[in-house]
Design a protein. Sequence first.
Length: 215
Amino acid sequence: MKVLVHFKDPLLLGGFVSNMFNGFLNPLYISAILGKIEPKLISVGSFMASAFPALLGILLENGRLFETLFRFLPLLMGGEVLLTALVIYTSKGDAAVIYLAGMFIFGVFSTSILYLLQRVKEVLYEGNRARWDRRIASADALGYLVGSALVALAEIDGQDPTLIAMAGLLQTVLVYTFFLVSYLTVRRKLLYQVEEEVPPQWGFFPFYKFAYCVA
């Protein structure tokens, strides 16, 4: 019963749903998309999926940039969804286009969003961060197990790259909906803290609202 209570957490639910889709779609993705692409193109996609996260990790060490992007996190989520839909519409089922565009979107948008969501965990869980990280990791593993079992039992022969990409888009929409709930909770909490705090002599509020003491 206690486990079910933990599953009410939107971040935990989002991780479960995300990995359930991953477990279900990965075998289909490998056969229907990666199986139709030249190894050199796969290496290009792998480079993008690792180079952009490394670069973003360095850039987001800048606190001002991090806070600015955190304010616009919902727009980043919406931008990823719209860009993914555009790729699906224009690719016309081309596995190489779907793969390369997907790696770019993952490297730039998905990674940025996951980095920024660490702030949400920081605020929500505070002293219980290690405990919740363990629960989220367990939920991720359970989700992947469920997805893998479903694709094995269903015996789906999915060879259409467009359908697989559309399923991935559905995954993104569902998962980001859960994440957005947690994000909005944190935004309200942080804004409430700003209203309660006494302005410093000189400095910046959270989200970089410039403030000074006129006394």
